[in-house]
Write a protein that binds this ligand. Structure first.
Ligand code: GDG
Length: 754
């Protein structure tokens, strides 16, 4: 329809112009033809007159005027010359041939001949009237009146007119045809071009690439769109306050209240049966849960996770769902059940023995078993089915969490092609050489590239991922916008530093002095103890061993701390089914014992290893009671403990010692940054922290607090969801253009019913 309109807009003026041209051209052509022929007839007349003049004069002189009549009769034998008359100087008609009109006298003939149009209509058609003086007139004769037939001019003019009209009609049709063809081709080209641009694939797929004449336009539009998006993202970065309300309003405006589904292995609440048969609800020790839970509460979506608690099945409804958090019921938890075999292969095996050490370059060899891989793939499929079952529309926003689900994005894409899939990789991404160890690297990359957005904590991890794709797949990488196009699908690879829910309301908090007093009392420590703490899952990547070595070195180097310096390590049990973890945990126990034997004495143990799960309140008290928090990860995506410590210190005291290999080190530069492999440096940092004046502590802590408060978890989620919103908008516009074009094509091609 649009094409037809477009064509008519060209065609109607064109046809009108041709019509006007025809109306003007025909009379002009007629008068021109007449003028040309009149001149021609005049010349002929003069020739005839000159030819006859001598004979007429002679006949007049000889008195044989009858011979003139004979001359005239022979002359009119010419088919164009109709009649001749001879006039005297006094306009008397001396002779005339038979065909000369009786009503025309010499005076009238002279008058007619002088007119611009010397035409006279007589019986038998129009004649041209010409009066020609005889060169040397004889006695009594003056001029000849010649009447030439004009019907041949009319015949020729009719022919010319016919040819002219045929020419104009043919010209009109040809031009109309060319216009229609050009309009069709260029309209389709434009539509495809624009559609391609909107889908961001115009320059990627040669088949759908905009036609050459649209290339500059396509690049310009795309550049402008990108600029606007970049500007918008920068403006989001400038927004200083991110809180649940702001996130909620973003969900309502930019995502139009669309359904949000989170998928993670770890569930946010576990139902556990205690030895005495009671059911308790427990929050797991997990950075992922710490970060994602407040986001879920803000957007009331559905969280799909492995139901791993011993009493989990008793808490769900017939659809394996339950509202959480217990009591406030702000979102839905959907539990997926895994058999022991599935858990062993997918979770313990491929995820934790393969991918975890592969991505944390922490000198523990990854183990890759074919059977684990098969199970990993199978469990990813099961979660993809669960996502499809939970989706209320064909385009939900799905947040896929972590390395347990590298294949899930592509599997969801298969089931819900219009879904917006945001995958967040909570752990580091290694360099391409390290990643190439994985036998199924291609499948993992392809799985992840099913995502609309793939997020890492730092630019460095993004860069590693992009380089890995560059080496492993035939994909187009646009470094400027950090996008990867693989099999016509675009994935934005972006850094979104994760964070915590900043505690704005601290009214119920127990004062720092009380926390300290309580803790020291519980651990039976003197009031002047310099207390350093570490809080981690009991994992070899967290640098717990290196931390203990640093404490040992501090006591060696500075014996004045013996008896006054105590290091408390909370080590929450984790993955103890794995041999590597059991060996590591045993080793840590051994080293802690050795240090305690070496530097301890009755009533004093420099290392207190609390290898058990603590509740959130206990951790909070620990953070507030400590003089120093030690984070010495050998490699860590972000590390939330460092941020939790900062958030807990509203007294602006306490020193953070932070590994440069934790993502958090990029943001928290006022911490004492250390290389945990360098025992000496870490021991010195502990000493510096223990002796840092309160003013310096305040200055550093105030700055750290400002950073964490601004870059809280709602900013993390908000930036990601805003990017998803932009993407969905782009998709919607592209779909609308496509719909319009399809309906146009259908209308254009529909049969015409009378
Ligand atoms: C991954 C990445 C990234 C610890 N012990 C207990 C307990 N915790 C809580 C802490 C903290 C969380 O667990 C640990 O956070 P981390 O950031 O150290 O992370 P990982 O679990 O290794 O998680 C990491 C994170 O994902 C988020 O993206 O930062 O780099 O490895 O919140 O407080 N919590 C409770 N009891 C404990 O005994 N309740």
């Amino acid at each position: 329809m649009k094409t037809l309109h477009l064509q008519l807009r060209f065609l109607i003026p064109l046809l009108l112009t041709l019509l006007v041209a025809a109306l003007v051209a025909v009379p002009v052509l007629d008068s021109l033809t007449l003028r040309w022929f009149a001149r021609d007839i005049n010349n002929r007349g003069m020739l005839v007159a000159n030819t006859l003049a001598d004979a007429i004069n002679e006949a007049q002189l000889d008195g044989k005027t009858w011979r003139v009549q004979g001359l005239f009769e022979r002359a009119v034998a010419d088919e164009r010359l109709v009649a001749i008359a001879l006039c005297s100087p006094g306009n008397e008609m001396l002779r005339r041939t038979d065909g000369f009109p009786a009503t025309l006298d010499c005076a009238q003939a002279r008058a007619l001949a002088e007119r611009a149009d010397p035409r006279l209509v007589v019986e038998g058609g129009a004649v041209h009237v010409g009066v020609h003086a005889l060169g040397t007139p004889g006695p009594g004769v003056d001029s000849l009146v010649l009447l030439h037939d004009l019907s041949f001019i009319d015949r020729r003019s009719l022919d010319t007119r016919r040819y002219l009209i045929i020419f104009i009609v043919v010209l009109g049709f040809t031009m109309a045809l060319i216009t229609m063809v050009v309009a069709q081709i260029s309209w389709r080209g434009w539509v495809n071009g624009v559609r391609g641009i909107l889908r961001g694939e115009g320059l990627v797929r040669p088949l759908l690439a905009p036609p050459p004449e649209l290339q500059p336009f396509a690049s310009e539009v795309r550049a402008r769109l990108r600029d606007l998006e970049d500007e918008y993202r920068r403006s989001l970065d400038l927004v200083s306050v991110w809180n649940p309300e702001r996130l909620r309003s973003l969900l309502l405006t930019q995502l139009r209240g669309d359904q949000v589904i989170v998928v993670s292995n770890r569930e946010p609440y576990l139902h556990e049966r205690t030895e005495d048969g009671r059911v308790i609800v427990r929050r797991p020790a997990s950075g992922l849960v710490t970060a994602v839970e407040p986001v879920m509460r803000a957007c009331s979506g559905t969280w799909i996770a492995h139901g791993s608690g011993s009493a989990d099945r008793d808490a769900v409804d017939a659809n394996d769902r339950l509202p959480v958090p217990p009591g406030t019921k702000e979102y839905t938890l959907r539990r997926v059940w895994l058999t022991e075999e599935e858990e062993r292969g997918y979770y313990n095996g491929f995820a934790n023995e393969g991918l975890w050490p592969l991505c944390h370059v922490a000198h523990v060899r990854p183990v890759f078993r074919e059977s684990d891989w098969e199970m990993y793939r199978h469990v990813n499929e099961r979660f993809a089915d669960a996502v499809a079952a939970e989706a209320r529309s064909d385009d939900p926003v799905v947040l896929v969490q972590d390395y347990h689900f590298a294949l899930l994005p592509a599997m969801i894409r298969e089931r819900l092609p219009r879904a917006t899939i945001l995958t967040f990789w909570h752990i580091p991404w290694p360099n391409p050489e390290s990643f190439s160890i994985c036998p199924w690297r291609r499948e993992i990359l392809e799985g992840l590239l099913g995502s609309t957005i793939l997020g890492f904590h730092t630019r460095f991890h993004c860069k590693n991922f992009i380089e890995t794709v560059d080496r492993g797949l035939e994909a187009r990488i646009e470094h400027e916008h950090s996008t990867i196009v693989y099999r016509d699908k675009e994935t934005l690879v972006e850094s979104y530093p994760i964070s915590i829910d900043w505690p704005e309301d601290t009214t119920g908090w127990v004062p720092v002095a009380t926390c300290r007093q309580r803790l020291l009392q519980r651990l039976a420590l003197p009031a002047d103890t310099c207390l350093a703490v570490g809080v981690d899952r009991f994992d070899y990547t967290k640098g717990i061993l290196e931390r203990l070595h640093a404490v040992e070195r501090l006591l060696e180097k500075r014996p004045e701390w013996i008896g006054r310096f105590v290091f408390v390590q909370v080590a929450a049990p984790t993955r103890s089914a794995l041999e590597e973890y059991r060996a590591f945990q045993q080793r840590i126990h051994g080293v802690a014992d050795r240090i305690n034997q070496r530097f301890g004495r009755p009533g004093y143990e420099p290392v207190r290893l609390l290898a058990e799960h603590h509740d959130a309140e206990a951790l909070h008290e620990l953070y507030r009671a400590a003089n120093i928090c030690v984070v010495t990860s050998l490699h860590d995506g972000m590390n939330l403990v460092s941020k939790e410590f900062v958030a807990a210190r509203d007294d602006e005291q306490g020193v953070l010692v932070l590994s440069r290999f934790a993502g958090a080190a990029r943001e928290l530069s006022e911490a004492l940054i250390v290389n945990p492999y360098h025992v000496e440096e870490t021991a010195d940092a502990l000493h510096r922290a223990a002796t840092m004046p309160t003013a310096e502590q305040r200055e550093r802590m105030a700055s750290l607090r400002m950073t964490v408060r601004e870059n809280n978890v709602f900013r993390w989620a908000g930036r990601m969801l805003a990017d998803a919103g932009r993407f969905r908008l782009r998709e919607r516009v592209a779909a609308r253009v496509q719909r319009h074009t399809l309906s146009d094509t259908a209308e254009d091609e529909a049969p015409v019913h009378s």
